[in-house]
Design a protein around this ligand. Structure first.
Ligand SMILES: Cc1cc2nc3c(=O)[nH]c(=O)nc-3n(C[C@H](O)[C@H](O)[C@H](O)COP(=O)(O)O)c2cc1C
Ligand SMILES: Nc1ncnc2c1ncn2[C@@H]1O[C@H](COP(=O)(O)OP(=O)(O)OP(=O)(O)O)[C@@H](O)[C@H]1O
Ligand SMILES: [Mg+2]
Length: 586
């Protein structure tokens, strides 16, 4: 086979590098191959050859130090013979055998394509094919498979070897396993993407919460003022829709790790056992829920209410993955991470694992890769919003734990949530009893509340609600105005109810601090549409309570009452104490 005529050889390449009195000569790479793929030399490859001309073509001469060097190098290397049918391997060094797991006998005589498999990119293969056909060098990174089926990213460099008459004798190739670099790059890109989606969603959710506050609050007002049944039904429908909207924004905030979490030592066995019936009801009779709760698992430091929501989301996914029914197994266990902590991207220590396994259809790799992205769903429209796993992922991360997903197509899925174990077992907090639905609104005892809020709609609504509850209400649009109103009221104000993020010289926290300084026994209640780093950075005034938007009237009534009733107690707490554990605002 004669060398292809390629005018580039004469035109652009640096002078030939001649070795051993002309025994061989090569065309230096001159940096040409380094942009496309890996670079084992650490800098642009200038000197190594990208094609060679040799004078002694045989493969039998194995007594020279050069042969020993090839067998000693850790760089996998092979030669193929394009003059034999299908360009088979005629030499493979030891490192190639180490990389691929094949023995010499197993590879000699075969074309290299046996390294390719199901997920090898066909375009990369075409690139190789073209270069081989044109008898020129090429570097490509492509997915290959070892003898035992393990996939690896192969940075493959191939170059032709000619004789002095320009006949093609061999192809030389070196291979390098660059899996680690590829995976970490991929993880990094994915993390970056999630981070920016997170910021976007958090911002959106924040604005949405203000809007929903106005919508649902006014609907509540309208409902409280009409007895007309024909009017009530559409209002109630609208209320339900607004509630669903609030639920969605909650999930978005959870994904963005901006939920208000109240992590406390929680016994996951108890939580799952108590939650069991509700779980079974939500997956239906087709699905059997099996509990495999390891006795004496330590308590986990986690927000139990959010955890229930996360478990429910995962369970509903499992149900959807098993349309014909099947078994879901929920198990708990204690996990100690030490040497293996880095592999889980967690600091060493004790963790509690909560695993949920199904026998469903599993996820193909492209679904698995994106399953925790918000709005990624494979379900038909109206069936899924793609927020379930996004919420779970954000929540687990915000809880300083980790979400791990094992899934294989046709074999089922295991979702594992790792949470940090609570340090002290004695600190087990009693679970909050759910509130009696017939609970009545606590009312004002003619106290005066200063409401500070920059959105006029939200402000108007708060005033309506609080007045109706029996409070005297003063309002201000920002912190500066609030301080004027505050001074003018001369000590008559019992509670400052302020938005956290406001335009102007001061935010809600700063305002609260100033007001506290002037009037130490005033009650303070903060409100916000999402977690502001303000709160998590520990600047929150001690005792300042926070109510998330959108809030319902009953919730507002409760929280205002509590903030007023707690006034006396707060004074004993020194200012600027930080609550322990992750506590964020939603
Ligand atoms: C010297 C040499 C080394 C090669 N090494 C690999 C390799 O490590 N992995 C791989 O997937 N393909 C490798 N190939 C490419 C395949 O042998 C083949 O050329 C490619 O699959 C395109 O041809 P096909 O479409 O006929 O399969 C190599 C080719 C040559 C000539
Ligand atoms: N147990 C599972 N088995 C198979 N595929 C799953 C499983 N859990 C999640 N998936 C896949 O991941 C995708 C994303 O899941 P996620 O829970 O985030 O959204 P969803 O279930 O589609 O919608 P939503 O939960 O918002 O109603 C699903 O559409 C599905 O393709
Ligand atoms: Mg889901």
């Amino acid at each position: 086979m004669k060398r292809n005529e390629d005018p580039r050889h004469e035109a652009s390449h640096p002078p030939l590098d001649v070795q051993g009195d002309g025994q061989s000569a090569g065309v230096p790479a001159a940096g040409e191959h380094e942009h496309v793929s890996y670079n084992p030399t650490g800098g642009p490859g200038i000197h190594h050859w990208q094609e060679a001309t040799i004078s002694r073509p045989g493969l039998d001469e194995r007594g020279s130090v050069f042969f020993a060097a090839i067998e000693m190098t850790r760089m996998p290397m092979i030669l193929t013979d394009p003059n034999l049918p299908d360009n088979p391997i005629v030499f493979a060094n030891r490192a190639f055998q180490d990389l691929t797991g094949y023995t010499e006998e197993e590879v000699l005589g075969r074309n290299c394509r046996f390294l390719q498999g199901a997920n090898t990119d066909r375009e990369s293969v075409a690139e190789l094919r073209e270069a081989v056909h044109e008898q020129r060098a090429v570097s490509v990174e492509l997915l290959n498979y070892k003898r035992d089926g393990t996939p690896f990213w192969n940075a493959c460099f191939i170059a032709p070897v000619f004789d002095k008459e320009d006949r093609l004798l061999y192809f030389f190739a070196s291979q390098l396993d660059v899996t680690r670099r590829r995976t970490s790059e991929q993880a990094f890109r994915q993390a970056q993407k999630m981070e920016s989606i997170g910021q976007l969603t958090a911002g959106l959710a924040h604005d949405f919460n203000n809007l929903l506050q106005v919508v649902s609050g006014n609907l509540e007002l309208a409902l409280s003022r009409t007895d007309d049944e024909a009017m009530r039904r559409p209002l109630e429908n609208a209320s339900r829709a607004a509630e669903r909207g609030a639920k969605l924004t909650k999930q978005l905030l959870a994904f963005a790790r901006k939920t208000r979490l109240e992590s406390k030592p929680t016994n996951l066995n108890t939580l799952i056992a108590e939650f069991g019936e509700m779980l079974e009801n939500s997956v239906g009779p087709q699905i059997e829920v099996q509990l495999n709760l390891r006795p004496r698992v330590p308590s986990a430091l986690v927000d139990p209410v959010h955890l229930e929501m996360a478990v429910l989301n995962v369970l509903i996914n499992a149900r959807d993955a098993m349309p014909k029914g099947g078994t879901v197994t929920i198990s708990t266990s204690k996990v100690h991470l030490n040497g293996n902590a880095a592999a889980h991207h967690l600091p060493p220590g004790d963790y509690v694992a909560l695993s949920i396994s199904d026998e469903g259809e599993g996820m193909p790799p492209h679904v698995l890769e994106r399953a925790t992205e918000p709005f990624f769903t494979t379900k038909s429209q109206g069936k899924g919003t793609g927020l379930g796993l996004a919420m779970v992922h954000g929540f687990v991360q915000q809880s300083l734990g980790r979400l791990e997903i094992d899934s294989e197509q046709g074999k089922g899925t295991t979702i594992r949530m790792l949470f940090p174990a609570a340090v002290s077992q004695r600190a087990e907090a009693p679970r909050q009893p759910s509130r009696d639905p017939a609970h009545t609104e606590p009312r004002g005892k003619s106290e005066t509340i200063l409401v500070v809020e920059d959105s006029s709609d939200v402000l108007a609504l708060a005033r309506e609600h609080l007045t109706a509850l029996g409070y005297t209400v003063l309002t201000a649009r920002d912190a500066d105005e609030a301080l004027i109103v505050f001074d003018r009221a001369e000590g008559k104000i019992d509670l400052l109810f302020t938005d956290l993020v406001m335009p102007g010289s001061m935010n809600g926290l700063a305002l609260a601090d100033v007001v506290r300084e002037r009037e130490p026994c005033i009650g303070i209640l903060l409100t916000t549409g999402y977690n502001d780093d303000l709160l998590t950075k520990g600047k929150a005034s001690a005792g300042a309570d926070v109510i998330g938007k959108p809030y319902r009237r009953l919730e507002l009534a409760d929280r205002v009452r509590a903030a007023l009733d707690n006034r006396g107690r707060e004074r004993q707490v020194p200012a600027s104490i930080q609550a322990p554990g992750p506590r964020h605002e939603g």
